[in-house]
Design a protein. Structure first.
Length: 380
């Protein structure tokens, strides 16, 4: 089964191929036209280069040759043609016409993204999110999805997930619900389910089972298996609606048909949020588990407590003052370690609220571990 990202990048190619096909309608595939196109392409005309590349790619009037197609797309891409840059990126991603190279793929997607190409921005964000061909960077992924979402594209769902998880930004259920709502109102089934779940749990919004049912139903009618299961559960328990085991069974059956295979055990389980394009390349869905009760597992991934500078004294009180000075200058590492010291009570009186505040500042400064600890403390 193709992943959502594979389907998405295929849609990119289809869009560009369709565009080029319109151009080709007025261009005969005769030898003279091919020669004329090649002449213009050799003169550096990017339109002719992309047309010639497309002819080689599809074998239109000439023998199909993906290697030559890539070569001509690359010529156009190097001259700044954003559509060609996207195709070069896709060919590197899929290994078609050139050896597969994810690093080169993200490089070309990023070039097109900087020119405002929305398809490239999505793929760049996805690759940064998953660490495909480049070091994983939630902050860059978040910024790209934020640009897309603010352009009224349907990526409020992805932004909502990142706010919900605290990835690349401080965890904020209210913001998550706001972005899910924007995407849900645009018809995104995953966002409709997620918004329903937040109403069901009262996360970021006032708990409202009626609204939860309403959004579950919208998503379920679009084939969202988890929403179908959730409706079945509400009928089974008689929440908002009259208890109805027959309707519960019907929705459970639909859920199973759509691919939720473990509906025989779902009566004792709760699922988390539904994924979207930012999920793993090999899987279309990721469930977010409920927070584990008990003491939060505050992360300290630093090699040593005093890791900013070799000259930092080992005395905790002196180290605290050192970190405080750097933290007030915006140093993310120092802000994180101040949070850790406040949490553990090392060099300063223990104060979990102050620890959370410093972890939040570290998150704002680009430290994902600060985001993670801020999220953990927020869930207490």
């Amino acid at each position: 089964m193709w992943s959502k990202v594979q389907k998405f990048k295929s849609s990119i190619i289809l869009k560009i191929i369709s565009f080029l096909a319109v151009v080709m309608v007025s261009t005969s595939a005769s030898a003279s036209d091919f020669n004329q196109t090649q002449t213009f392409a050799n003169q550096g005309n990017t339109g002719a280069q992309t047309i010639l590349a497309e002819m080689y790619y599809n074998g239109t009037g000439i023998r199909k040759d993906h290697d030559k197609a890539f070569a001509w797309y690359e010529k156009a891409a190097k001259q700044g043609n954003a559509d060609a840059q996207v195709i070069v990126a896709e060919m590197y991603f899929s290994g078609r016409g050139v050896p597969q190279n994810y690093a080169k793929s993200v490089e070309w997607y990023e070039k097109a993204a900087k020119q405002g190409n929305a398809d490239a921005q999505v793929m760049t964000a996805v690759m940064y999110y998953n660490g495909t061909g480049i070091r994983k960077d939630y902050f860059k992924a978040f910024k790209l999805f934020q640009i897309l979402a603010n352009q009224e594209n349907a990526y409020g769902q992805d932004l909502g997930l990142m706010y919900y998880k605290g990835e690349g930004v401080r965890q904020n259920y209210t913001k998550a619900a706001e972005w899910f709502a924007k995407a849900a109102n645009r018809g995104n089934a995953n966002a409709q389910y997620n918004l329903g779940l937040m109403y069901y749990k009262g996360e970021g919004v006032r708990q409202d089972y009626a609204k939860a049912f309403e959004w579950y139903l919208k998503a379920a009618n679009q084939g969202n298996a988890t929403a179908q299961y959730s409706l079945g559960k509400m009928y089974y328990e008689g929440k908002v609606v009259s208890q109805d085991y027959i309707k519960a069974a019907e929705w459970f059956a639909k859920s199973a048909k759509e691919g939720l295979t473990n509906t025989e055990t779902v009566l004792s389980e709760d699922y988390g949020l539904e994924g979207s394009s930012i999920e793993d390349l090999s899987d279309a869905t990721e469930w977010i588990p409920n927070p584990i009760p008990g003491e939060p597992d505050i992360q300290n991934i630093r090699d040593s407590m005093y890791s900013i500078d070799d000259n930092v004294p080992e005395d905790a009180t002196k180290a605290f003052k050192w970190y405080q000075r750097l933290a007030n200058q915006g140093n993310a590492n120092a802000q994180f370690n101040l949070g850790l010291m406040h949490y553990k009570g090392e060099g300063v009186l223990k104060n979990v609220n102050t620890a959370k505040e410093w972890f939040g500042k570290a998150c704002d400064s680009g430290d994902q571990n600060g985001c993670d600890n801020y999220r953990i403390l927020s869930q207490r």
